[in-house]
Design a protein. Structure first.
Length: 70
């Protein structure tokens, strides 16, 4: 399944659950995309740093703040 919208965009719009990140990550790994996983998911540098340096839970909290702020 090929996605036209990035994971982050769909998550912030409430169209998918966070668990869909696994499907997106798998698709990236199986693709010929030359971008990083974070770019493929639509994350900015801050979101990528939180995900890598802190935890998935911290990323969810950060995204949920943006979800409510929009």
């Amino acid at each position: 399944m090929e996605h036209t919208k990035k994971f982050k965009e769909l998550y912030l719009a409430g169209e998918i659950e966070f668990e869909a990140i696994d499907e997106y990550s798998y698709e990236w790994g199986m693709s010929d995309e030359e971008c990083t996983l974070a770019q493929y998911l639509g994350f900015n540098a801050e979101e990528e740093d939180v995900w890598v340096s802190d935890s998935e839970e911290a990323l969810i909290a950060l995204l949920n703040q943006k979800r409510k702020g929009s």
